[in-house]
Design a protein around this ligand. Structure first.
Ligand SMILES: Cc1cc2nc3c(=O)[nH]c(=O)nc-3n(C[C@H](O)[C@H](O)[C@H](O)COP(=O)(O)OP(=O)(O)OC[C@H]3O[C@@H](n4cnc5c(N)ncnc54)[C@H](O)[C@@H]3O)c2cc1C
Length: 399
């Protein structure tokens, strides 16, 4: 599957910081990570710190899947609002999921500091706003649910949001948000892990995995074998190739980056935004003074149809921006399209689809893909070590 259109902003901005060789002989190791996006990079970081011997492969250049297209907003807020998630999955799982995402942002901040990644990480307030009058009571219910379960939230009235340059009816402001450049972070993590012994092979596709006694043999498209004890699939939305399409609904999504402003508009200095529309719109600034926005999701049919929609979606999204922020002159500079997936409960899948096989997955589907990947790396270490972890229960396959 082609998971994104050509030329997302981050790829143009950063080009290809690192390139790795392809695999040209048979090898063996303890763990194979398939996929060198942000999920694979975080998994590698975790396993290398656990002193495992790890090899990683990617069918493309590293970080060139969805990770290159991501708008990289970090939120504890999951696509399904807390009060609705409680109805869907129960109080404990719903509240823990919001707490786990909040913790994931703090964990990621520590990792970025430790590896000294220059990836534009900045903490921000997250503003969830009502785009219509009818959504105010829904937003109030969400505010009460979050407040009652200990999240630090503030109610903003119409007049208060207007002071931020935003035309909306009310909003919930939360402390725990952040932005970064995930393409840069994933590349930095790979470089850090490679220096600590991670073997990376790009342009190396895994076609088949077979069991042999206690081991697994992963066969590459070019006919080489990798013998390992465990495989971690960090293959993003392309995981549907191996786990099937039943667990996720694939969507096409669209993103824009404006020209750089001389001065970032005031409302964007400390805040990121998303709204109550379905599909929702979201907005952030970048450290080079642009505004990045996204939304306009549609059912995914195929990559060609997704990309053909881009000119129409550009117009739609710019119009939506002007409606939300009427006094900010948004001049379009870059646009791109990507595929992403939604699960029924908006939560990720971690662990083994088949308990008998040592094949583990981190599937951080949904708008919180990056925070879910941070959570997944801890869970998968327990899955490999065959020790229990709450995430392996909450986010298990066949739930
Ligand atoms: C437009 C857009 C905006 C987004 N915005 C946000 C956001 O603001 N915040 C957020 O948290 N998330 C966001 N997401 C989601 C987020 O980008 C993804 O969750 C994340 O990038 C997934 O990373 P990954 O490493 O799992 O997948 P990928 O980056 O797709 O990496 C998977 C890798 O696996 C490789 N691969 C697949 N199959 C094989 C195989 N058989 N053999 C070898 N290699 C293989 C691929 O080549 C690929 O490089 C957004 C996504 C899109 C498309």
């Amino acid at each position: 599957m082609d998971v994104r259109s050509n030329e997302p902003f981050w790829l143009i901005k950063n080009s290809l910081p690192q390139s790795y060789p392809s695999l040209k002989n048979d090898i063996s190791s303890e763990v194979l990570i398939i996929g060198a996006g942000i999920t694979g990079a975080l998994m590698a970081y975790k396993l290398i710190n656990e002193e495992k011997k790890v090899v990683m492969v990617d069918r493309r250049d590293v970080c060139n899947g969805s990770t290159a297209a991501s708008t990289s907003m970090l939120q504890y807020e999951i696509d399904v609002p807390l009060h609705k998630l409680i109805e869907q999955v129960g109080l404990t799982c719903a509240v823990s999921s919001y707490q786990n995402c909040e913790k994931a942002i703090t964990d990621l901040k520590k990792i970025i500091k430790e590896i000294k990644a220059d990836c534009g990480f900045q903490e921000k307030y997250s503003v969830y706003f009502a785009s219509s009058k009818n959504d105010i009571s829904f937003l109030k219910d969400e505010f009460e649910a979050r407040k009652n379960h200990g999240f630090k939230v503030k109610w903003l009235t119409k007049d208060e949001v207007e002071k931020l340059g935003l035309k909306a009816y009310a909003a919930i402001e939360s402390k725990s948000g952040a932005v970064m450049d995930v393409y840069k972070l994933a590349n930095a993590l790979l470089e850090y892990c490679a220096a600590k012994g991670l073997e990376i092979y790009d342009r190396t596709e895994i076609e088949k995995i077979k069991s042999k006694h206690e081991k697994l043999i992963a066969e590459t498209k070019n006919g080489f074998n990798i013998e390992i004890h465990d495989v971690v699939h960090c293959t993003g939305y392309e995981s549907t190739e191996t786990v099937g399409e039943n667990i996720v609904e694939l969507k096409s999504t669209f993103a824009l980056a404006s020209e750089a402003f001389d001065k970032i508009p005031k409302g964007f200095i400390k805040r990121i935004y998303w709204n109550t529309d379905a599909p929702y719109l979201y907005f952030r600034s970048t450290d080079d003074g642009r505004i990045v926005m996204g939304g306009g999701d549609r059912e995914f049919k195929n990559a060609a149809r997704r990309d053909a929609l881009l000119p129409k979606k550009e117009k739609e999204l710019v119009k939506s921006f002007k409606k939300c922020f009427p006094n900010i002159p948004f001049t379009l500079d870059y646009s791109w399209a990507g595929t992403f997936g939604e699960t029924k409960d908006s939560l990720p899948y971690f662990g083994k689809p088949d308990p008998k096989k040592n094949e583990h997955y981190i599937l951080g589907f949904g708008g919180n893909g990056i925070t879910f990947s941070v959570m997944g790396m801890d869970a998968i270490v327990h899955s490999i070590n065959k020790t229990p972890h709450p995430y392996l229960e909450y986010y298990k396959f066949n739930r």
